[in-house]
Write a protein that binds this ligand. Sequence first.
Ligand code: NAG
Length: 379
Amino acid sequence: MASPYVLVFLSSLLIAISFRSSLADDGVAGGVGENGDIIIRQVVGHGEEGVVDENSLLNADHHFAIFKRKYGKAYATQEEHDYRFSVFKKNLRRARRHQKLDPSAVHGVTQFSDLTPREFRRQFLGVNRRLRLPADANKAPILPTNDLPTDFDWRDHGAVTPVKNQGSCGSCWSFSTTGALEGASFLATGNLVSLSEQQLVDCDHECDPEEKGSCDSGCGGGLMNSAFEYTLKAGGLMREEDYPYTGTDRGACKFDENKIAAKVANFSVVSLDEDQIAANLVKSGPLAVAINAVYMQTYLRGVSCPYICSRRLDHGVLLVGYGAAGYAPIRLKEKPYWIIKNSWGEHWGQDGYYKICRGHNVCGVDSMVSSVAAVAISQ
Ligand SMILES: *[C@@H]1O[C@H](CO)[C@@H](O)[C@H](O)[C@H]1NC(C)=O
């Protein structure tokens, strides 16, 4: 499969950011226009914690104090403290810009509000882009789409483990991988077993033979398809409890093949078509997907549907369901969305989840979608 989509937004993030801010400054922002502020205030209510309005920008001191308390932030020196406060203020303005460009979601202060976008990408994302498919990947079959349910959520069917937390390590790809295999194993065996990301972080160094330097590398990033390939070759993944997550990639590989809890039968790449993605999700279980996470740094809740979002993929997550009509203000209502399980703990977003609108590959969410099938082994 050719992958021109990954190249669609070759323009750097900087360009994207300045484009966005100039839009926001001009008050164009997709038609929110001069009433934008009023709409935003109506949507988010008054003085709610974590939500950014013009008041927050005036009272940045106060909001920084709340932020530090809420997330237990302590800085070693006054200098560091002052620097983090300056970053925090920039992020308040960013959240405000995101709010204007993404009015059907609510943006504000999150646990990442004292990080620059660059620090955020480095510490909390971790998808290494790749343009080719691994040798063993199939293309998912084209499925019928006429009988798809209007709403679907694998959490209602017991196929999804609780939200996990990757910590400050670019290992998102391993959580996306375990999430997909946990679901596939559940479908194959009827048992939901939490699987080990740390095994992937420590032991999976699978490389793309055609692309030099594109290898799974612990906290330095990786790819879900490579991780499926590793899991196929290694024999399987151990349980989370037998190989617990540490959030560092400095330990040796402790894989024990006598303790394999889930095995990959095969994995396939799903086409860009959103109905095919939905059909594969319903048929095969939660899907491993990559996304551009720039709006996720400030996301609090709602359906994220930004007017502009890069499709440069930098974060691996798990697609677990979809809905037909998400909550959205006034003229944006009835927005269909994908339900995405993230790996930043359950205090991020909506109980650890993200909703992003369906329909036009927003933030690249349709660009790199994989489905995995598990071998039905007895637990
Ligand atoms: C993948 O494995 C599953 C389970 O063993 C099997 O039913 C399916 O036909 C396989 N798909 C492909 C494309 O080989």
